[in-house]
Design a protein around this ligand. Structure first.
Ligand SMILES: [Mg+2]
Length: 332
């Protein structure tokens, strides 16, 4: 039995993640790879729904088309498929892979080119007791990681506040912390956390409350004097991005190439974000190396990233990644 990941109360304990790996074949002999990372109820999709919509709707719209006409194919799929963004994202990854192999260039050159050569990784830990958190943090520090995401929203808010204060008190001079509650708090709990950790605040709080409570996010953001607020589950489509911008509900968008429908749509959200002063955090689902590589290709092109770390360590928590993406990780 592999080690489980204890997510906050909204998702429970996970022992595995099921990715759907796409191979898109061209008549020129090029094979493009993509990956869908559905995680119900984070995403509306499941592995089975990804496969059915691909077989019944997506594949017929790709057959006999020019694989290098990426905008044209995206347009065809935008008209043919409602939602299903992790399936769409896997196709888009595969099309980038095909175009890159056909032209012998990396994907980031098709997205405008890169502005950095490496990105700092944050590691996630599950909040337990303050002592358990300290042990987990020290283990990550020994591996060279100095950016930590603490998963909260699992136990009562008073205990989580104590854990935050304890972690900052003990490691705040060496570690940069972010907190992800994965929708696990209500507004009152989130406001209590913000208020009582003012002097021991993480740098960012992600998705404290339910994804549809945009007004609640705005209330929390207005009280965050010492940290940034980000949207993850609330940010899937470009329409979500514009609604969050119009409501001025968050400071940061948490981007995930699978969740957001591929490299092209993720980059579009990032560009819109930049126009309105929103920063981006390259985050991940429970991803294997194909999505992680696609995400890295997008992330290295962005000039509006937060500066405290990104989720490129996902493959480290998988026992059977099908790629060698993990070899890109060196220290933190
Ligand atoms: Mg998150």
């Amino acid at each position: 039995m592999p080690s489980p990941i204890n997510f906050p109360r909204f998702y429970g304990t996970r022992y595995d993640a099921v990715a759907v790996i796409f191979k898109v074949y061209t008549d020129q002999g090029i094979v493009g790879l993509g990956e869908a990372d559905p995680l119900n109820p984070f995403t509306e999709e499941t592995p089975a729904s990804v496969m059915v919509v691909t077989r019944d709707v997506i594949a017929p719209n790709l057959l006999n088309q020019n694989a290098l006409d990426m905008a044209g194919l995206e347009y065809r799929l935008d008209r043919a498929v409602n939602g299903n963004l992790t399936a769409r994202g896997a196709v888009n990854m595969a099309l980038f892979d095909i175009a890159g192999k056909a032209n012998n260039i990396p994907a980031h050159l098709m997205l405008g080119g890169r502005v950095c050569d490496n990105l700092t990784i944050f590691r996630g830990i599950e909040s337990g007791t303050a002592q358990e958190d300290a042990i987990a943090i020290e283990q990550e520090m020994e591996k060279g990681f100095h950016r930590i995401m603490i998963k909260m929203g699992a136990s009562n808010i008073s205990d989580e506040i104590k854990c935050m204060i304890s972690a900052m008190d003990r490691f705040g001079d060496r570690i940069r912390f972010i907190v992800d509650a994965n929708q696990g708090w209500d507004v009152t709990e989130a406001l209590t956390f913000v208020e009582r950790t003012k002097d021991y605040s993480p740098e960012l709080i992600e998705q404290p409350i339910h994804r549809r409570n945009i007004e609640g996010l705005k209330r929390i953001k207005d009280r965050c004097c010492c940290c940034l607020l980000s949207a993850d589950e609330s940010l899937v489509t470009i329409d979500d991005a514009t609604a969050l911008i119009q409501k001025q509900a968050v400071d940061v968008f948490s981007l995930k190439v699978s969740k957001n429908g591929g490299l092209k749509k993720t980059k579009e959200i990032a560009v819109v974000a930049e126009a309105f002063g929103i920063k981006c955090l390259m985050n991940s689902m429970l991803e294997f190396g194909i999505t992680q590589a696609a995400s890295l290709q997008v992330g290295c092109t962005l000039t509006n990233l937060v500066d405290f770390g990104y989720a490129y360590g996902s493959v480290r928590r998988m026992s059977d990644d099908v790629t060698d993406f993990g070899q890109n990780i060196s220290g933190g």
